[in-house]
Design a protein around this ligand. Structure first.
Ligand SMILES: [Zn+2]
Length: 172
């Protein structure tokens, strides 16, 4: 998040050394009202299984060949499991059944932390406007990517005895 002004007094933020870790520079109000900690934001991700196949969807804002997991942010007052079930319903109309944690993954590039779940789901797929199209892929045909949610996909494959073969979107 890019911020330039103090949300309390609207003064321009200045760069200030962190008191504990001098190597870290924080944006802060010169009057001391506020510090922009810039902590990573949690992102929920779902590897969605529908009748034995894995659902991947393409976001309207993405290049043509890029299919990915269902992701979203948490709302205040919900657990991560409730959050991923809600996102799944909003984005695909599917109903979440069994939800199990795959793992937690860094996504330092976007200042996010990914909490990835395997979600068994059922119902009729109807995509939200954010998503253009989906594919249902046999687990052994998944090709994870070398970043963020791709590592969650790879770990889930290994848990099923499948050796992941990574893909490179830039060259595919
Ligand atoms: Zn201020």
């Amino acid at each position: 998040m890019e911020l330039s002004f103090c949300p309390v007094c609207a003064a321009g933020l200045i760069e200030r050394q962190d008191e504990q870790d001098g190597a870290r520079i924080r944006l802060a109000c010169p009057e001391g009202h506020w510090t922009h900690w810039d902590n990573p934001l949690p992102v929920l991700a779902a590897l969605v299984e529908v009748e034995g196949r894995i659902l991947l969807a393409r976001n309207a804002a993405w290049p043509e060949k890029m299919f990915a997991l269902i992701t979203g942010f948490m709302e205040r007052g919900e657990t991560p499991e409730q959050g991923i079930a809600r996102e799944l319903k909003e984005e695909t109309n599917l109903d979440a059944g069994q939800i199990s944690l795959i793992g937690v993954y860094e996504f330092i590039k976007k200042n996010e932390v990914i909490i990835a779940y395997h979600v068994k789901a059922g119902g009729e797929i109807r995509l939200s406007e954010e998503l253009l199209e989906f594919r249902l892929i046999e687990p052994e045909k998944l090709r994870p990517w070398s970043a963020g949610t791709g590592y969650a996909m790879a770990d889930w494959m290994r848990s099923r005895g499948l050796e992941p073969v990574f893909t490179d979107w830039s060259s595919s």
